[in-house]
Design a protein around this ligand. Structure first.
Ligand code: SF4
Ligand code: MG
Length: 320
């Protein structure tokens, strides 16, 4: 079917200012040539360590920040070319869910009002309709009329994330960018929220761009997965292909940290050492070479290009 979201060669560079006059002394390539395709009802998982540029990809896709180069097409429209008024019309269709929904909630506003306010802001319903629509969204997220007049501090972390989801859902979006939506929650609660994402996807035909540092979190939800390192996607494939036949050493390292439910499914164990290098001063050649156990001389000199290893499985590694 037609793509809902098509991201082509997206780049987002931040200028680095230096000295008293704030001269531009270079650029941090936070997002460096990222391409993603997402169809209605699908989930693309964007995975990588903190600092890999995942959140910046999400925010640039939603045009919460400007792009440096490349294209973001939503339902065929290049959204970075829209006027502010046109963007406002399209905004409800693409929603963001944060890691910490509490930070997005005003402590003095009852959650029913917090969930309903965007509907009224966008003129999507009348004042008379808002309460029943809020109730509907709360119930779809496993909450009820009992919660509608309560304040944010009265809720647990998991419930707050349900509120965050209800707040996005009430606008009837087609795309939700979920940025680490379960990372702050206990493991048992994580599973409940992921099940909620999954149920809502099935009932509403939602597409998700699901951002996480944890491959095990995206495993059950994602149709396809892209693994990011220092601003670039180093490997992308369908979920099954990536889990069964990972090709990039970084992906293999991330998978080493995921518990294997089937013991005979033997995985190559690669334990990552060292932190992710600064995106302001990335390593030459393959940006992963400073941490890669298989690095060769060529890896320091030549940037490996993302190439097709068969059936749309793309990988950027000189060895693969
Ligand atoms: Fe490792 Fe070289 Fe492959 Fe980079 S290109 S992941 S350094 S083997
Ligand atoms: Mg982030």
């Amino acid at each position: 079917s037609e793509a809902l979201l098509e991201v082509k060669h997206l780049k987002k560079y931040f200028p680095v200012k230096q000295g008293l006059l704030g001269r531009t002394a270079g650029h941090v390539k936070a997002v460096d040539d990222v391409s993603i395709t997402l169809r209605p009802g699908e989930t693309f998982g964007l995975v990588g360590e903190s600092g890999s540029g995942k959140s910046t990809v999400g925010r640039t896709i939603l045009r919460l920040t400007d792009k440096t180069d490349g294209e973001v097409r939503f339902k065929g429209t290049d959204i970075h070319s829209l006027s502010a008024a046109e963007m406002r019309l399209i905004r409800p269709q693409m929603q963001l869910i944060f890691q910490d929904p509490y930070s997005a909630l005003n402590p003095r506003i009852r959650i029913g009002d917090a969930i309903g306010e965007a509907l009224l802001d966008h003129g999507l319903c009348t004042k008379a309709e808002v309460r029943s629509l809020v109730l509907e969204a709360l119930e779809a997220c496993g909450l009820s009329a009992y919660h509608i007049d309560r304040f944010p501090h009265e809720f647990s972390g998991g419930q707050r994330q349900r509120i965050g989801i209800a707040r996005a859902l009430i606008l009837n979006p087609d795309l939700i960018v979920a940025d680490e939506p379960v990372s702050a929650l206990d493991v048992s609660i994580q599973a409940q929220i992921i099940n909620l994402f999954s149920r809502l996807q099935q009932s509403k035909g939602l597409a998700y761009l699901f951002i996480s540092h944890d491959l095990s979190v995206v495993e059950h939800l994602c149709t396809s997965i892209g693994v990011m390192y220092l601003g670039s996607i180093v490997e992308t494939a369908t979920r099954d292909e990536l889990f069964l036949h990972p090709l990039h050493p970084y992906t293999k390292a991330l998978l080493s940290a995921v518990p294997v439910p089937v013991p005979r499914l033997k995985r190559e164990r690669i334990v990552l050492t060292g932190d992710i290098p600064s995106p302001a001063n990335p390593p030459s050649g393959c940006k992963f070479h400073t941490r890669c156990p298989f690095a060769l001389e060529v890896c320091k000199a030549e940037i490996p290009l993302l190439r097709d290893a068969g059936a749309g499985h793309l990988v950027a590694c000189h060895l693969a």
